[in-house]
Design a protein around this ligand. Structure first.
Ligand code: ADP
Length: 258
């Protein structure tokens, strides 16, 4: 049984369909990328995966169970999302935002304890955010906020990590640090990762499986070599590109032709 499984999903916010007959599955321990032009439905799909939105038709299954049947808190123990950016009205400290990642694991009988603070500390250490633990989230730079949101998701100790453009604001060093961390967690804890990105090369170099969306439909799905072709890029993005191979790993590498 697949960890994440979408079956013939249709979805719309208004009358206009945003998702049509979308089916795919992601196995435990896989790293999957969702790519596609603006408005193709990438963020919507992440929200459907984590049960923030429900399909109008079809099913979204986590561990074989429909997201409609999961309690929100139970999903949050399994699936964490790093959203594109969030503005927070209340002036929380960065460390308080990360501690929010522990909420799904608490209840009326269990408040946060030493172990929760240890997990928060470790998540902040891994994301290089301890230096601004006591700074207000809203006053941080976009890249720093992104790292705090990644720390919050890690503190949730999920089985599945959903990332929505989570590296766009990161400088090169923090991008490399984050990708290395993802690979480590993937290897050591079988963490499943589904990331949305505009960066075709980021997807090609890091994903086992790529889902290419076009206007709410799956245009192509498969490994990087199957999906990242000049013909697909032309058809979906309407740009000319050169696809060659990264000499280090043989994976496809795209250069835009202008
Ligand atoms: P992507 O992440 O690929 O850019 P989105 O999933 O954000 O695409 O959006 C898919 C489509 O749904 C777009 O046409 C967008 O305008 C529309 N959309 C997104 N969010 C909403 C919303 N809350 N209400 C109405 N339409 C929305």
């Amino acid at each position: 049984m697949s960890l994440i499984s979408a079956r013939n999903i249709d979805f719309s916010y208004t009358e206009k369909p945003v998702m049509e007959n979308v089916s795919f599955s992601v196995e435990e321990g896989q790293i999957a990328a969702i790519i596609g032009p603006n408005g193709s439905g990438k963020t919507t799909l992440l929200k459907i995966i984590n049960g923030t939105l429900f399909p109008d038709a079809g099913e979204m299954l986590i561990d074989g169970k429909d997201t409609k049947e999961w309690l929100r808190k139970e999903i949050a123990k399994k699936v964490a999302i790093v959203p594109q950016d969030i503005s927070i009205i209340f002036p929380f400290y960065a460390e308080e935002i990360v501690l929010m990642g522990r909420f799904p694991h608490l209840n009326n009988y269990r408040f946060e304890d030493k172990n929760d603070y240890k997990i928060v500390f470790e998540a902040m250490e891994k994301t290089d955010t301890l230096a601004f633990a006591r700074r207000r989230f809203n006053e941080l730079s976009a890249g720093e906020r992104q790292r705090v949101l990644i720390a919050r998701a890690l503190a949730q100790e999920p089985k599945v990590l959903l990332l929505d453009e989570s590296t766009v604001f990161l400088d090169l060093k923090h991008q490399v640090q984050f990708l290395t961390l993802l690979r480590q967690l993937n290897a050591s804890e079988q963490l499943t990762v589904i990331f949305v990105t505009h960066d075709i090369n980021l997807a090609a170099q890091n994903a086992d499986r790529i889902i290419l969306l076009d206007c709410g439909k799956i245009y192509a799905i498969g490994n990087p070599a199957e999906v990242i072709t000049a013909a697909h890029i032309k058809e979906v993005y309407d740009v000319e590109s050169l696809i060659d191979r990264n000499p280090q790993n043989g994976l496809p590498r795209m250069t835009l032709l202008t």
